[in-house]
Design a binder for this molecule. Structure first.
Ligand code: AMP
Length: 194
């Protein structure tokens, strides 16, 4: 199964992706996680991405397209994968289509987590507080100022993907405002209906 999770920052894509990993045994490909790993390892990609990420802006399409394309070739992706936080621009969406067709693969569905904007900043602040309380590193972009820029980037560049996938008949929407279990249940219902 190959699926894309769409939704603004803080919608719960990462949390739901982890649930899907456990249940379906396919990996979560989070471009945010991959980029943070590159920043931590101070690779060339990491060095180029760091300032952009810290400002809440999007890293260039070429960089993320290349890292996902390479990742999809890893053996653990053979039975499918969950794209979390990618694609994030129309150019990336076209790149996904070209990449999958070049590899002879097919996308099963795109699930959009629909959430109320006003709840998002609260979720992000909570995530930062929980990470700090657990002694984990707090993401530099999980604060109210940078979050505003992330949300602006989302509406400018990522929100159009809803129309893009709707027009292709690939979009399924799920109410992302319920509890984590409720959202998981709705996602599983969508997957069962495919
Ligand atoms: P995330 O963990 O998905 O919230 O991503 C954190 C940051 O990584 C974003 O604010 C962007 O700077 C960068 N990023 C992650 N995924 C992408 C992507 N698909 N395209 C461009 N930038 C990305």
């Amino acid at each position: 199964m190959r699926l894309i999770l769409l939704g603004p920052p803080g919608a719960g894509k990462g949390t739901q992706a982890q649930r899907l990993v456990e249940k379906h045994g396919i990996p979560q490909l989070s471009t945010g996680d991959m980029l943070r790993a590159a920043v931590a390892a101070q690779t060339e990609v990491g060095k180029r991405a760091k300032a952009v990420m810290d400002a809440g802006e999007l890293v260039s399409d070429d960089i993320v397209n290349a890292i996902v394309s390479e990742r999809v070739d890893e053996p653990d992706c053979a039975n499918g994968f969950i794209l979390d936080g990618y694609p994030r621009t129309l150019q990336q969406a076209d790149a996904v289509e070209a990449m999958l067709s070049a590899k002879g693969l097919k996308l099963d569905t795109v699930i959009e987590l629909v959430v109320d904007d006003k709840a998002l900043v609260g979720r992000i602040i909570k995530r930062a507080e929980e990470a700090a309380a657990a002694g984990q590193p707090v993401r530099k972009d999980d604060n109210a100022q940078v979050f505003e820029e992330r949300l602006r980037e989302y509406y400018k560049k990522t929100a159009p993907l809803t129309g893009y996938y709707y027009a292709k008949g690939a979009l399924r929407t799920v109410d992302g405002m319920g509890s984590i279990d409720e959202v998981t249940g709705e996602i599983e219902a969508v997957l069962a209906s495919l």
